[in-house]
Ligand binder design. Structure first.
Ligand SMILES: [Ca+2]
Length: 411
């Protein structure tokens, strides 16, 4: 099967690290670039965590190659190991370092959950996981055979990747504040709209936020950037043919973005129980499983909970499901607006759920509210409204750890 090229914009981050592992292990995805951004912690540390994940994967591949297969299962084991090691070894993505602060808002980090270093203080408690020379690697002074450090910023690297790939072929996976994407879009909307689609984790649309009563972390962290990207869906028509969209791009026009948005109400239903980490992950005693169970321990402890929510891996899982033709997700095109100016409502998503007014001239009625709720300003986001959490969890375990669980339950 041909692999789908993707750019992952990310702020690792505990669940970002899990999402990266799922993407890099997938035989249907080709990770062209990983672009880092501030968010869960500062961008220097989210970049260090990105390198750390890639180094651990290499250690894991070497471990697998030298390991003995379980008795009586040689052939199946060999095939699965061969697939996994080939996919990971092939990756060699470009890594670019991006924005360290939001476009306009005051900076805010998610260290209350992710730890000061973004990975549950793993670099302090287990310093052998930290790639040696990570600072000189990020400065481009030391090279690595696992990845290439870009001389461009994240925003410029996103534009470069989109410019050099055929139009409407690259999917952007956005797992952090949308600052890099917004900078790229504002700089060159024609090139940015060559992305096939953007799938993002962000926003609280139906219920409560996880950072304020009404805002999810990524949208809160940079509400203006969220506004830029969600606002760029204005006029998106899901029924428009790819040929027509391609023609518009060839004529040098920017086209409305196809944004698929997974809000926190959906991702928070995908729960990873602590007992699964103990039973399926830690027990394997491989470099990757020990690394993952170490930073997850911090997440369970900091929340005093027996489950954690798999927000960011949901985005990667959804793309894999789309490619595989699985229907674990339900979406609806919706006019979502993002509050960027509010004091108490920064990063809040607003959807007009009122029934259609009874006036004969609805647009004139809507003009009364400064005209901002008229059709002219309507965004068109493909909003995720539900998923099958057990199936997503099952695919996550199979993809990252090659472990079979049955629809979220032990097999
Ligand atoms: Ca994230």
């Amino acid at each position: 099967m041909e692999r789908i090229p993707i750019i992952i914009d990310t702020d690792p981050g505990i669940d970002d690290a899990l999402a990266l592992l799922l993407a890099l292990s997938s035989p249907v995805l080709e990770v062209k670039a990983i672009t880092t951004v501030f968010g869960n912690t500062g961008v220097d540390l989210t970049s260090r965590n990105t390198l750390t994940v890639l180094h651990i994967l290499e250690t894991e591949v070497n471990h697998i190659k030298n390991a003995k297969p379980p008795e009586g299962d040689d052939k199946k084991w060999e095939k699965e190991m061969d697939t996994m090691t080939t996919v990971i070894a092939k990756a060699k993505p470009i890594i670019a370092i991006g924005a360290d602060k939001p476009l306009e808002a005051r900076s805010s980090h998610g260290t209350y959950y992710h730890g000061q270093d973004g990975l549950g203080e793993i670099h302090t408690t287990h310093p052998f996981y930290t790639p040696p020379n990570w600072e000189s690697i990020l400065k481009g002074e030391t090279t690595s055979h696992l990845y290439t450090i870009s001389s461009r910023s994240s925003a410029d690297e996103i534009l470069y990747q989109l410019q050099t790939a055929p139009p409407l072929t690259v999917t952007i996976i956005a797992l952090g504040p949308l600052t890099n994407l917004a900078l790229a879009y504002k700089k060159d909307p024609e090139t940015f709209s060559r992305a096939d689609r953007i799938i993002l984790l962000g926003g609280a649309v139906y219920g409560q936020g996880n950072t304020t009563p009404v805002a999810e972390f990524n949208f809160f962290a940079d509400p203006h950037a969220a506004n830029v990207i969600i606002g760029a869906t204005k006029g998106y028509d899901p029924n428009e043919s790819m040929d027509h969209r391609r023609k518009e791009l060839e004529d040098g026009n920017a086209i409305p973005l196809h944004v698929i948005m997974i809000p926190i109400e959906v991702s928070s239903k995908i729960l990873l129980p602590k007992s699964y980490v103990t039973d399926y992950v830690k027990r394997r005693q491989s470099p990757l499983s020990l690394f993952v169970s170490t930073f997850l321990e911090h997440a369970y402890t900091s929340t005093s909970s027996r489950v954690i929510q798999l927000h960011d891996p949901a985005v990667v899982a959804m793309l894999i499901d789309i490619i595989m033709g699985r229907s674990h997700w339900k979406t609806e095109f919706t006019d979502v607006r993002v509050e960027s100016e509010g004091y108490y409502t920064r990063g809040m998503c607003v959807v007009d759920r009122r029934p259609e007014p009874i006036f004969a001239d609805v647009e004139t009625f809507r003009q009364a509210s400064f005209g901002i709720w008229t059709k002219q300003f309507a965004n068109n986001v493909e909003l995720c409204v539900g998923c099958e959490p057990g199936k997503v969890l099952k695919d996550f375990f199979k993809g990252v750890f090659n472990v079979d669980i049955e629809d979220g339950l032990e097999k």
